[in-house]
Design a protein around this ligand. Structure first.
Ligand SMILES: Nc1ncnc2c1ncn2[C@@H]1O[C@H](COP(=O)(O)OP(=O)(O)O)[C@@H](O)[C@H]1O
Ligand SMILES: O=C(O)C1=C[C@@H](OP(=O)(O)O)[C@@H](O)[C@H](O)C1
Length: 270
């Protein structure tokens, strides 16, 4: 059976408040799963390279074994376009895609939101998230702009968004788990303002403010933001970064200007 889910970009990062906003983008992870009599065997390919980190796979299987009471194994293959550790939600997409594939293979009758919540629980157990990242998981599974309360796994609002975004993926990687213990609560008053803007429909302004706050706090290079803003684009920091995205009428021009900072791709919002 097959499952798939996409990358997403951040409008408001949930680290400081537990509430977040993210938008799905057209960059995909797919999972194929066969249920077997025992063991977990398979391969993870990210942008053509093998990744040997099976924590998320084991967590998804463990969770579904508990749910069904079955002692099954799996053969799996995960193929992903989403680079790991850039802030583009590789973990949410993998958890969603694998959970969806396995739920189908086990012929379980679950609502889409239940599938997403299982993926979030698996990501927590695997230790790859701070809040559970229900915001990212919803944007990754359903697409659109998703506003969530990650402390309650509640989807507060969702709306369709159209257009393209330029995505900059700098060479360095930053794993979410490496930020555990950092006190983001000092950012709360400012991030709450960004969240209010997003709730009021002003998600572009929210993304810029969120990006400047988190980007500064985490010590990211501010040049990509400056370049994008000076060209009239609307930039944001995706997750904890280092990936940056921007909405602009001239994606090709911005993509060229961002080339010195890393790999650049133009993707559709979905
Ligand atoms: N395609 C994948 N298949 C299985 N696990 C994955 C995949 N992509 C990411 N992961 C898991 O998620 C972790 C990265 O999560 P995270 O630090 O949040 O990065 P990102 O910023 O890319 O979401 C990896 O260490 C790995 O455990
Ligand atoms: O782990 C988490 O709880 C979160 C991770 C962040 O995304 P990345 O993992 O993509 O950096 C952030 O945007 C999200 O709101 C919450």
């Amino acid at each position: 059976m097959k499952g798939s889910a996409s990358a997403a970009v951040t409008v408001v990062n949930a680290f400081a408040t537990g509430k977040g906003v993210a938008i799905g983008i057209d960059m995909w992870t797919s999972a194929r799963v066969k249920v077997t009599s025992g063991g977990i065997e398979g391969k993870i390919l990210v942008r053509g390279k093998e990744v040997k980190d099976y924590r998320l796979v084991r967590a998804v299987v463990g969770l579904l074994r508990e749910l069904t009471g079955g002692d099954f194994g799996i053969r799996f293959e995960i193929t992903s376009e989403i680079p790991v550790g850039k802030g583009l939600k590789s973990s949410s997409a993998a958890a969603n895609a694998l959970t969806e594939a396995l739920v189908k293979a086990l012929k379980l009758d679950l609502e889409p939101l239940q599938v997403v919540r299982l993926g979030v629980e698996a990501a927590k157990r695997a230790g790859v998230t701070l809040t559970g990242a229900f915001d990212d998981a919803c944007a990754s599974y359903f697409g659109g702009l998703c506003i969530t309360d990650n402390t309650k796994n509640e989807l507060l609002g969702r709306r369709e968004v159209e257009g393209e975004t330029v995505v900059l993926m700098p060479g360095e990687s930053l794993m979410t788990e490496s930020l555990r213990g950092l006190d983001f609560s000092v950012l709360r008053p400012y991030v709450e303002e960004a969240f209010r803007l997003a709730l009021a429909g002003e998600w572009r302004k929210a993304a810029v403010i969120n990006g400047l706050i988190y980007g500064t706090f985490l010590g990211h290079d501010t040049k990509p933001f400056r370049v994008a803003m000076s060209m009239g684009a609307v930039p944001g920091l995706s997750g904890k970064g280092p990936a940056v995205f921007a909405i602009t009428d001239e994606p090709e021009r911005l993509a060229e200007a961002w080339e010195p900072f890393g790999e650049v791709e133009i993707r559709k919002l979905r």
